[in-house]
Design a protein around this ligand. Structure first.
Ligand SMILES: [Zn+2]
Length: 252
């Protein structure tokens, strides 16, 4: 096993070793739990590229090699359909702790990575790549203790990402924030490259991470799933309606 693979396996297993017990504690008080935290995602990406974390200073990148980490989780809370006020029930509970109902909405699986469109263009020269981590339950059931963890790299010169970021930056709605959703249109059109894929199993006082794919140097974009095969970048961008106010020129 290569060095990066071994060190990431070891790190993830160490980070999640006590998750069995922790999940029980979090369940008791209905607190959502991060299987992998954002700073741990940065560690994983640093280990993947044999580099270091660059600290949380305002101007720097997450890794010393100018990689920028983004992490999101689809281990999410569901809303209770029977509570009159909005109650979110954490993933590992099967019933609402407030009213006892089992009538819960399904796992939304809408966790996303935030990319700042303005920063993207201001510092694109120095940026190496975006490093995207996604943690998903293998099954959307409260007893699930297996989680798929994937890392993709997103090229800073991705044409679709650049069009999206440009539209967002130049829009009139003030926000430079791109909500980049895993496994959806914009994701596939941006042509990310898979770096690793594996399953984490959480047991009592131990956990086990096994990879099904591992190549931290992979630059080949993932294949477009059939349902997205006919998508065109220009059309997807045009649908976004960025509320552009520019281009209206009044001549007197
Ligand atoms: Zn309820």
């Amino acid at each position: 096993m290569n060095k990066a693979k071994l060190s990431i396996k070891h790190a993830i297993e160490m980070m999640t070793r006590n998750h069995g017990e922790l999940i029980d504690l979090y369940k008791e008080v209905n607190q959502p739990i991060n299987i992998i935290t954002d700073d741990q995602a940065e560690i994983i990406h640093a280990l993947a590229h044999d580099t270091r974390c660059a600290g949380s200073g305002g101007s720097g990148w997450d890794q010393v090699d100018h990689g920028e980490s983004k992490s999101t989780s689809h281990v999410q809370s569901r809303e209770c359909k029977d509570c009159s006020v909005r109650v979110k029930v954490m993933f590992f509970l099967g019933e609402c702790p407030e009213c006892g109902s089992h009538n819960l909405k399904k796992n939304p699986r809408d966790g996303r990575w935030g990319i700042n469109a303005k920063t993207h263009f201001e510092h694109r020269e120095e940026l190496k790549e975006y490093r995207l981590l996604l943690i998903e339950p293998v099954e959307d059931i409260p007893s699930c203790r297996e989680f798929r963890i994937r890392y993709w790299a997103l090229d800073k010169n991705s044409e679709h990402l650049n069009s999206y970021a440009l539209g967002q930056r130049d829009s009139s709605n003030k926000s430079d924030h791109i909500n980049f959703q895993p496994l959806k249109k914009d994701f596939y059109l941006s042509r990310p490259a898979l770096r690793f894929d594996g399953v984490l199993k959480i047991g009592n006082g131990k956990s086990e991470m096994n990879f099904t794919f591992f190549d931290v140097n992979n630059e080949t974009a993932i294949t477009m799933p059939p349902e997205f095969a006919n998508l065109k970048s220009e059309e997807v961008i045009a649908e976004k309606k960025f509320n552009k106010e520019r281009g209206i020129v009044v001549r007197s």
